[in-house]
Design a protein around this ligand. Structure first.
Ligand SMILES: NC(=O)c1ccc[n+]([C@@H]2O[C@H](COP(=O)([O-])OP(=O)(O)OC[C@H]3O[C@@H](n4cnc5c(N)ncnc54)[C@H](O)[C@@H]3O)[C@@H](O)[C@H]2O)c1
Length: 269
């Protein structure tokens, strides 16, 4: 049986890496994203390499659009085996300065996007009964605390908690669905240009006079760190191996495990 993989945030960065990796395995690929030009470009690219591809313009923060994604997937390919809830955005300033629009935008994509994916796809996967995998993209920032990226961290801690709960509940049910949570450090992607996809309805009126400057940890050179980061292809290889091996926490940067350990020690006192 040829597997069907659905990837959100597929048009760029890690999502694109996953699409290319799964296509190389001969899987049928469903690409979901709001960035239509890049989506069409990737669709054409993968098709030129012989892949079977469906591109569905999907805003993951919208439940009806995610429902449309699962319906289009099943209508076209008859099944779904891998769901990568990967779309994500970032927006940074001191946490008390964030506007309601900032909270709604980032939580809408990063957390509600995953919630909508789970609600739409899991019942179909359960009914289908085939072996399935759900890969939720969190971040190393979903496992640590500290200053910087407040809303992003709230969203990614939520994705980790959601994934842990989902994995345990599916295991208790003896469902044929494995869950994985991807927790990367820096990856060379378009994430620092996230505002390119911010909807008009969630823009801050004052944005022009107070542009966003993503800063992680408050002082380091974010862009330089990202540009020195891992390639999306390497992240995709980690994900592919985790699916093969049944790994739940996908650590692409094992050196950051020390941060998790430090946090746990602070919690335990
Ligand atoms: N780049 C990193 O260093 C890094 C580290 C840890 C985790 N992550 C996570 O990886 C995931 C992918 O991000 P990336 O780094 O590849 O960035 P990216 O900007 O290159 O890709 C994100 C994709 O999500 C899409 N997207 C944005 N809003 C959307 C929406 N409402 N609906 C559907 N698609 C939407 C964008 O169009 C884009 O194609 C995100 O969840 C991000 O938080 C990234």
């Amino acid at each position: 049986m040829q597997e069907v993989a659905v990837i959100t945030g597929a048009a760029s960065g890690i999502g694109r890496g996953l699409a290319e990796r799964f296509a190389a395995e001969g899987m049928k690929i469903v690409l979901a994203d709001v960035e239509e030009a890049l989506l069409a470009e990737l669709e054409a690219d993968l098709k030129a390499k012989g892949a079977t591809v469906l591109a569905v313009r999907t805003d993951v923060s919208n439940a009806a659009e995610v429902e449309n994604l699962v319906v289009r997937t099943l209508d076209t390919f008859g099944a779904v085996h891998i769901l990568c809830n990967n779309a994500g955005v970032v927006c940074s300033r001191p946490i008390w300065e964030h506007t309601l629009a900032d909270w709604e935008w980032v939580l809408g994509v990063n957390l509600w996007g995953v919630i909508h994916g789970i609600r739409a796809f899991v019942p179909r996967m359960l009914a289908q009964g085939d072996a399935c995998h759900i890969v939720n993209t969190a971040s190393i920032l979903g496992l640590v605390g500290g200053s910087g990226e407040g809303i992003y961290k709230v969203s990614k801690h939520g994705v980790v908690a959601l994934s842990e709960t989902l994995a345990d509940e599916l295991a208790q049910k003896e469902a044929n669905i494995q869950v994985h949570v991807l927790c990367p450090g820096w990856v060379r992607t378009g994430i620092l240009e996230s505002s390119r996809n911010r909807p008009d309805t969630l823009q801050n009126p004052a944005e022009k006079t107070r542009p966003q400057k993503p800063v992680i940890g408050g002082s380091r050179n974010t862009r330089a760190e990202m540009e020195a980061g891992m390639s999306p292809a390497e992240v995709a290889e980690h994900v592919y191996n985790a699916i093969q091996n049944g790994t739940f926490y996908i650590h692409t940067h094992p050196e950051h495990k020390a941060w998790v350990r430090e946090r746990m020690e602070r919690i335990l006192g």
